[in-house]
Design a protein around this ligand. Structure first.
Ligand code: SF4
Length: 263
């Protein structure tokens, strides 16, 4: 969407398997983190399995913003139903959404769950958009990336993952998005501590990759696919594209090591 070019895997000069000295979010309570492969090798394994994901699944940048706010704590299928309701009500523009009475907005987004909370969050975003940018997403997206991130984080109900999703998928900035799937996969391999900060998780990727919007777009989408298809609450490691990077004994060994040291 939004004319993103596809980011196909590329050949890198770095030797495969060449690890960094440690993972991220190191905490003295935990054992030393395991060396990780270069994130491009991880990316290529995912891309080979699943190919381009075509994210974000939205028709306009504004719809992406709405989806990023609605998707907090719920499955995307529920967000799709809420977005479909908004589309039927012709409310997928800043002006139209703002004109909706609060009860009507909450009713339309009900399928996304926590609908009163999310209605307030959408209103908070719109209030700021109209107060400072005349309701124009184009004007908002002229703000430089760091300032725009700070601005988004200062809006009620927008946390780092939502802000970064808006930056990456709506504003098309090279910002890496980390989510619960990212944390789970990195921790299960011993590349991140269970209590690693959000920023530490994003830096695991962004510090070692070219700052490329198309790459970050595709990478996050592929990690979501990894989390849905393989790295579930009960991981399906035997058929997983990241299986080759597990230690002998799999995620249980890592988990035991982390819990033993944190007691
Ligand atoms: S190999 Fe296992 S732990 Fe690693 S990402 Fe795949 S499913 Fe998750």
């Amino acid at each position: 969407m939004n004319g993103h070019r596809r980011f196909a895997p590329f050949v890198t000069n770095r030797r495969r398997g060449q690890g960094q000295k440690s993972g991220v979010g190191g905490n003295p309570a935990y054992p030393r983190l395991r060396p990780s492969p270069h994130p491009i090798a991880l990316y290529e394994a995912l891309y080979r399995r699943w190919g381009p994901q075509g994210w974000w699944p939205a028709k306009t940048p504004f719809e992406t913003v709405v989806g990023a706010i609605l998707t907090q704590n719920t499955a995307w299928t529920n967000v799709e139903r809420a977005i479909a309701n908004l589309r039927s009500a012709d409310a997928l523009s800043p002006d139209a959404l703002r004109a909706l009475p609060p009860e009507r907005l909450a009713e339309l987004i009900r399928p996304a769950g926590y609908f009163n909370v999310k209605a307030r969050r959408l209103r908070a975003f719109l209030d700021r958009l109209f107060a400072e940018f005349g309701g124009s997403l184009d004007r908002l997206f002229k703000v430089p990336t760091d300032s725009l991130r700070r601005l988004l984080l200062s809006i009620h109900g927008i946390g780092p993952e939502t802000a970064d999703s808006i930056l990456l998928y709506a504003a098309e900035r090279p910002v890496f998005v980390a989510d619960a799937y990212t944390r789970r996969a990195l921790v299960r391999h011993g590349w991140a501590a269970p209590d690693a900060s959000y920023d530490a998780l994003t830096q695991f990727f962004s510090r070692r990759l070219p700052r490329d919007t198309a790459l970050f777009n595709e990478y996050h989408a592929l990690i979501v696919q990894l989390g849905k298809e393989q790295c579930r609450s009960q991981p399906l490691c035997d058929t997983c594209p990241w299986q080759r990077w597990l230690p002998r004994g799999g995620p249980r060994v890592i988990s035991r090591a982390f819990s033993a040291r944190s007691r």
